[in-house]
Design a protein around this ligand. Structure first.
Ligand code: BGC
Length: 461
C-alpha cells in the first residue's frame, strides 16, 4: 500500500517538520522526548478554545481516529479477554487471534493516519502486556508503547492515550478483577509506572474507556425477554479453572455497582498519578453515552441517566475533560429502552443509524460535567461505506452546531481506524475507515477515510 507524505497541518506545533525516524532510533528511546521538545512537536498545547476558524472549528481542534489495543494489536495472550475467547463454549463469536497485527505494524499504520490528514491518534496501552505477572513490569513492553507514542509525534499526530480499554491481565481477573480487593491499588500502580515511562510523549489521556458499560448492559438487558449473556457464567467458571483460580471476573460481566465504586476510586487516584508527570497534558475519562430520548409521560429517562452516567459525570467534572462516545439514540419508555423504531435504518450492530445523537450527547455532557468535551469515539458499523460518509457528515453538523453555541468541544476522534475485533461479535461489524484483509493484513483505505481526512486537513470546510 502506498503511503502518502505526512500531514503538515493541524494542531499548533504539530505541523513543525518532524525529526527523522532514524534520529529517534539513534538517540535511543529514553531521549526521544528531548528530540520531541527540540523539534517543537512536543509543544502541542492544551489551550482553551481559541478564536474560531472561519469554518467554525477552533484552531487546534483535534481530528483523530481511534483504536483499542485488544481490538487491533493481536495475540494479547496475557489478557483476561484472551482466556474467555478460547473457552468452549464461549459467548465470543470468534477469538481475536492476530487482530490487525497493529502491534507489529503500528509504524506504517501511524504513517497512514498522518497521510490521510489527521492530527491525532487515540490508542490504548495494554495493561496485560505491561504487567503480565503481578508486580513484573516489562521494560520491553513499556518501550514498545513509548515507540508508538514517539511515532505519533514524529508523524505530527497527537498521541491520545487510553490507559485501560476493557481488558486487564488474566491474573487480575483470577483474583477478582474490578470486584476483587486491592483492584484500585493495582491499577493505580500500573498507571504510575506507565506514565513515568512515557508521559513526556503523551498529548492527552483517559484513565478508563467507558467504565459505565456494565450499567449500560444491565439496563439494556432488563428490557429484553432473555439476557444475551446468559452463557457468560459457564464460560467464566471454565476460565477460572483454566487459570487455576476459584474465580474469574471480567469487566463486562462484573457486578455493576461494585465495579463502578472501585473504578471511581481508581480513576481519581490514577488521574493524580498520571498528572504527577512527566509531561503536562489533560487527563479525563470517556463514557458511553446515547442520545436518550424520553417516550411517554412516565419515561424512565432520569433513572437511566442517574444509573449510567451520574457518578461518572461527577468524576468527569473533577477531571480535565470528558470523552464523549456516542453511536446512536435510545428511546426510553416506562420499562426501559424501547426497540428500534420501525422504519428507521439499522446499523450492523442492530441499533439505529442515528448520527444526530452526537450533538445531543455533547450538549448533555458539557452541561452536566461542565468541563471541556472531546468526542473520543463516534462511528458506525456498516458494509456500505457511503453510509459511513453520510453518518460522518451528519454527526459533524451536530458538532458544528455545538461549537456555534459556544460549547467547548476540542476534538472529534472517529471510531475506528480499522475494521477490527468487535468484542463478542468478532470481526463481522465493520466500523473501519480502513479495511483489513484478514489473511494478508493488507490495509485498504475506504472513501470515508479520505472524506474525513480531508475535513481534518482543512479543519472543517
Ligand atoms: C468501545 C469500542 C467498540 C465500539 C463499537 C465502544 O463502546 O469503546 O471498543 O468497538 O464502541 O461498538
Amino acid at each position: 500500500m502506498r503511503i502518502e507524505p505526512g500531514n503538515a497541518g493541524g494542531v499548533d506545533g504539530v505541523g513543525a517538520p518532524p525529526p527523522s525516524r532514524r534520529a529517534f532510533v539513534a538517540a535511543g528511546l529514553s531521549t526521544a522526548a528531548g528530540l520531541v521538545a527540540a523539534s517543537g512537536v512536543g509543544a502541542v498545547a492544551f489551550s482553551p478554545r481559541n478564536a474560531a476558524a472561519a469554518t467554525g472549528y477552533p484552531k487546534g481542534f483535534l481530528w483523530g481516529v481511534a483504536t483499542a489495543a485488544h481490538q487491533v494489536e493481536g495475540n494479547n495472550l496475557n489478557s483476561d479477554e484472551w482466556v474467555l475467547e478460547q473457552m468452549k463454549p464461549s459467548i465470543f463469536a470468534e477469538p481475536s487471534g492476530d487482530a490487525c497485527d497493529h502491534y507489529h505494524r503500528y509504524l506504517e499504520d501511524i504513517e497512514l493516519v498522518a497521510s490521510l490528514g489527521f492530527n491525532t491518534y487515540r490508542f490504548s496501552i495494554e495493561w496485560a502486556r505491561i504487567e503480565p505477572e503481578p508486580g513484573f513490569f516489562s521494560k520491553a513492553e513499556l518501550d514498545h508503547y513509548r515507540r508508538v507514542a514517539a511515532a505519533c509525534r514524529e508523524n505530527g499526530l497527537l498521541p491520545m492515550v487510553t490507559f485501560w480499554h476493557f481488558t486487564s491481565p488474566r491474573w487480575f481477573a483470577a483474583q477478582g478483577g474490578w470486584e476483587g480487593d486491592g483492584a484500585a491499588d493495582l491499577f493505580v500502580r500500573y498507571c504510575e509506572r506507565t506514565a513515568k515511562h512515557l508521559g513526556d510523549l503523551v498529548g492527552a489521556a483517559a484513565t478508563f474507556n467507558e467504565p459505565n458499560i456494565p450499567h449500560l448492559l444491565r439496563w439494556m438487558f432488563a428490557a429484553m425477554p432473555q439476557n444475551p449473556f446468559q452463557g457468560a457464567q459457564v464460560m467464566m467458571q471454565a476460565a477460572a479453572r483454566r487459570v487455576g483460580s476459584d474465580r474469574f471476573s471480567y469487566f463486562m460481566f462484573a457486578d455493576p455497582d461494585r465495579a463502578r465504586d472501585t473504578m471511581l476510586a481508581a480513576h481519581h487516584r490514577a488521574l493524580a498519578a498520571i498528572k504527577a508527570g512527566p509531561g503536562k497534558y489533560p487527563v479525563g475519562v470517556t463514557l458511553a453515552i446515547a442520545d436518550d430520548q424520553p417516550v411517554g409521560h412516565d419515561s424512565r429517562l432520569d433513572a437511566k441517566r442517574e444509573a449510567l452516567y451520574g457518578a461518572w459525570l461527577d468524576a468527569a467534572a473533577k477531571s480535565d475533560f470528558i470523552g464523549v462516545q456516542t453511536y446512536t439514540r435510545a428511546r426510553v419508555g416506562k420499562d426501559g429502552d424501547l426497540p428500534a423504531e420501525p422504519g428507521v435504518e439499522l446499523t450492523q450492530m442492530g441499533y439505529e443509524f442515528w448520527p444526530e445523537a452526537l450533538e445531543q450527547t455533547i450538549r448533555y455532557a458539557a452541561a452536566t460535567a461542565q468541563v471541556p468535551v472531546y468526542v473520543t469515539e463516534n462511528g458506525v458499523a456498516t458494509e456500505d461505506d457511503t453510509r459511513r460518509v453520510e453518518y460522518i457528515k451528519r454527526a459533524l453538523a451536530g458538532v458544528e452546531k455545538c461549537l456555534g453555541d459556544g460549547i467547548d468541544v476540542r476534538g472529534y476522534v472517529h471510531w475506528s481506524l480499522f475494521d477490527n475485533y468487535e468484542w463478542m461479535l468478532g470481526y463481522r461489524p465493520k466500523f473501519g475507515l480502513v479495511a483489513v484483509n484478514r489473511e494478508t493484513q493488507e490495509r485498504t483505505v475506504k472513501p470515508s477515510a479520505r472524506y474525513l481526512g480531508e475535513i481534518a486537513r482543512r479543519n472543517g470546510a
